[in-house]
Design a protein. Structure first.
Lengths: 310, 445
């Protein structure tokens, strides 16, 4: 059993509005799973179903192979996008309360809080009220209470919003560390560069349906179009470009003093042919295949399905 | 510790530690008692103001009837014209002038007498003057009929029809009202409690929405648990506050009554008609025995049962209303949006109080009283007004009590179920004020 969570043809309707339509995803253990999609696609609904905040109309969700039960709540940590804390409650008291709601005993919660407060260097905040803290500081507390009960599955919805770059990095490292320690993580975001950095698997939800999922590297392979970026040192860049245009599909090009840069779309398996030819014409400075970024895949896939609703 | 008790504990302490709550808890008794003392003091001051009234008597009939009393003194004018008398009354700053013209008989004198004053005279003063005339006329007639004053006093016996239930229990006039007031007191308490602490529940839900902690919490607990914990925690805080108010208010009241030397009777009978004072003396003895009967009757009110049913109606009524308040809090984004939803809640409460005071007072077992004591949104208040009359024969029929409670329980289950649904959907909805139509749609989610 390699999956921490499996959703099987989950559908959810609100009145006439369909929030999820037959969505199936499989989240492997001990990995970071990116849940992507434009606003209003249904990501939050799916996350809420996993957290048992709301229930699917059809389909089922399995947690470690068992249908989702209320006991599983203690195994899941959730950092919602719309998040906050009681403003007039003291930091320590509040963290203890939230930890106890997740089923920790008071003493356990205290010990772990002390550990985390030291780790993130915020030990002296214990008796402050949330309203005295800055937004970024409150976000740190929020992160701690999400992971404190050491759940098997963590769900982060836009975890970096509200953080400055330095603290965002600290949190990113913590997330990677949690994964190292064996936690499975669902990561929902619009920030594709962090998807690129963190996620091994992704699923793309658009207009209530899953339109793409799999290993990020596999998806990239599938999305690449045999486009290569080439730079060649040559005495006659213009002549070379004309020659190339006769036998290859040149997408764009730039010439400068003694150098030709161009992108080319090759038919499968013809890269050696090109290399050989170029070798006779000049010195090859670089030859790289262009792999589409997550951002590109996102936009291309969604655009294919129709306009992004905003 | 179970999640529910954790939530209750948090809600309780969040409320009790709140600064404005603490201030209200300890300031309110002072304000209330201060107000009562002030009113009593002012009433006393008002009574102490002495009025001077000039009397110009041109007739032969009144001589020593105008007796200076504690609150009014009379100054007699002699041998001046009416105009001069008016002028000097004004000049001297007296309260007014009584003018008795010279006529052939008392009847005519009385009919043509006038009271002149700068402003419209107070009813107290008028009544006092009218009593003087009445008394004089009565004496005159008695003299005409040849009856002595003592003979008359014997004749002037008061009479009240004895009333009794069929099984021979002695009944007292007005006891229904007294009982309804006692029950009404309980009902009123429920209403006040619902309005104050229901509002607290609502604001606390709104706070969770605006601070956006709600989704964090309900990923750990069921929305229904949160709602229930909130209602219970807030009401425990409310009971704490009420308890402090009652104890400290009572102590303060007694202490300040002693300090300012205020007779509690001043408050209840303050300014009640002088007619009563005049009539009371001869029948004082019988009044005393009636008082004992009234006391007896009040002691006979089934207090234990009353308190027992008070608790039942209080808990059920409060839970019904506060879950509606919680649902409202969940449906809106900020407090200003709550108005349109709150009015329909306050309405049945007000209706219960007014219907209770008007119709239960006059007839505790009439159709209106019965109807409203069965209707679940008003029954907690109206039924409590009826209950001091007893249960069973002569009081509230058992079937009515049982069905009223059963209806209330079913309504409670229904309303809490509906409210929980609205709550569950509403707490995750941001940014728009829902219409009633939308709320109905939420019930289907």
């Amino acid at each position: 059993m390699n999956h921490i969570l499996v959703a099987n043809k989950v559908s959810k309707r609100y009145g006439d509005h369909t929030a999820l339509q037959n969505v199936s995803i499989e989240i492997p253990k001990n990995s970071i799973y990116g849940l992507l999609g434009p606003n209003g696609a249904g990501k939050t609904t799916l996350i809420r179903i996993i957290n048992q905040i709301t229930y699917p109309d059809q389909g089922e969700v399995l947690f470690e192979g068992e249908p989702l039960r209320s006991e599983h709540i203690a195994q899941i940590g959730y950092l919602p996008e719309e998040r906050g804390l009681y403003k007039s409650m003291k930091v320590g008291e509040q963290a203890l309360y939230l930890a106890q709601l997740k089923g920790l005993s008071k003493n356990d919660a205290k010990q772990r809080l002390k550990y985390w407060f030291d780790r993130l260097d915020i030990g002296n905040w214990w008796n402050k009220k949330i309203q005295e803290l800055s937004k970024g500081m409150a976000q740190k507390i929020q992160f701690i209470v999400t992971v404190l009960h050491e759940p098997k599955l963590l769900i982060f919805d836009e975890p970096f919003s509200g953080f400055d770059p330095i603290n965002a990095n600290i949190i990113k490292d913590e997330i990677l560390q949690l994964k190292e320690n064996g936690t499975s993580i669902i990561f929902s975001t619009h920030r594709m560069e962090s998807v690129e950095e963190l996620c091994e698997h992704i699923a793309l939800i658009h207009r209530s349906e899953k339109i793409l999922d799999g290993k990020l590297s596999d998806i990239k392979q599938a999305f690449k179009k045999n486009i290569f970026k080439v730079a060649v040192d040559t005495n006659a860049p213009y002549g070379l470009l004309d020659q190339l245009k006769n036998s290859f599909t040149i997408l764009d090009s730039a010439t400068s003093q003694g150098q030709l840069d161009f992108s080319v779309q090759l038919v499968n398996g013809t890269s050696n042919e090109l290399l050989n030819f170029l070798g006779t014409q000049g010195t090859i400075k670089s030859f790289t295949e262009t792999i589409p970024s997550a951002n590109e895949i996102f936009i291309r896939t969604v655009a294919k399905q129709g306009v992004i609703d905003e | 510790m179970s999640k529910l008790s954790l939530i209750i504990k948090r809600e309780y302490f969040a409320k009790v530690r709140n600064k404005s709550f603490v201030i209200m808890t300890f300031l309110s008794p002072f304000l209330m008692v201060g107000m009562i003392v002030l009113i009593a003091y002012l009433t006393k001051l008002n009574d102490n103001e002495k009025r001077i009234i000039a009397v110009l008597n041109e007739s032969d009939f009144f001589a020593n009837e105008f007796i200076t009393s504690e609150s009014t003194s009379f100054v007699k004018f002699r041998d001046i014209t009416l105009q001069e008398a008016k002028d000097s009354t004004l000049n001297m700053g007296y309260y007014g002038l009584v003018y008795l013209p010279n006529e052939s008989d008392l009847e005519k004198v009385s009919q043509r007498s006038f009271f002149y004053s700068k402003d419209a005279p107070s009813t107290n003063t008028l009544e006092r003057l009218e009593r003087i005339f009445k008394e004089r006329l009565k004496q005159e007639r008695l003299r005409e009929f040849g009856i002595s004053a003592s003979e008359y006093a014997e004749m002037d016996s008061t009479y009240e029809l004895n009333i009794s239930t069929f099984d021979g229990e002695h009944n007292l006039k007005g006891i229904n009202e007294i009982k309804a007031i006692i029950g009404g007191g309980f009902g009123y308490l429920i209403m006040i409690f619902i309005i104050i602490y229901g509002g607290f529940v609502m604001r606390s839900v709104i706070e969770e929405k605006t601070s956006r902690i709600i989704e964090v919490i309900i990923s750990s607990v069921k929305p229904f648990q949160l709602m229930l914990g909130k209602i219970i925690g807030t009401s425990l805080a409310g009971i704490t506050q009420f308890g402090i108010w009652i104890v400290s208010g009572g102590v303060l009241l007694i202490v300040s009554m002693a300090i300012f030397n205020i007779d509690p009777a001043d408050l209840s009978s303050g300014g009640s008609g002088p007619g009563m004072g005049a009539a009371q003396n001869p029948i004082m003895a019988s009044a005393d025995s009636d008082m004992i009967l009234y006391a007896q009757e009040i002691m006979d009110i089934p207090w234990v049962l009353l308190v027992f049913f008070f608790l039942i109606y209080f808990i059920l009524g409060y839970l019904i209303y506060s879950s509606i308040y919680a649902a409202i809090g969940a449906a809106v984004d900020n407090e200003t949006d709550t108005q349109q939803f709150i009015f329909p809640i306050i309405l049945p409460l007000m209706l219960a109080i007014y219907v209770g005071f008007f119709s239960v007072f006059s007839n505790p077992h009439g159709p209106i009283a019965v109807g409203f004591s069965l209707f679940p949104l008003t029954s907690p208040i109206v039924m409590l007004m009826r209950l001091p009359g007893g249960i069973g024969e002569g009081g509230v029929p058992i079937w009515q009590l049982v069905s009223s409670i059963l209806i209330l329980i079913f309504t409670f289950i229904g309303i809490v179920w509906l409210a929980a649904k609205i709550y569950r959907v509403g707490i995750l909805m941001y940014g728009k004020r829902p219409s009633y139509k939308e709320l109905l749609k939420w019930l289907k989610y």
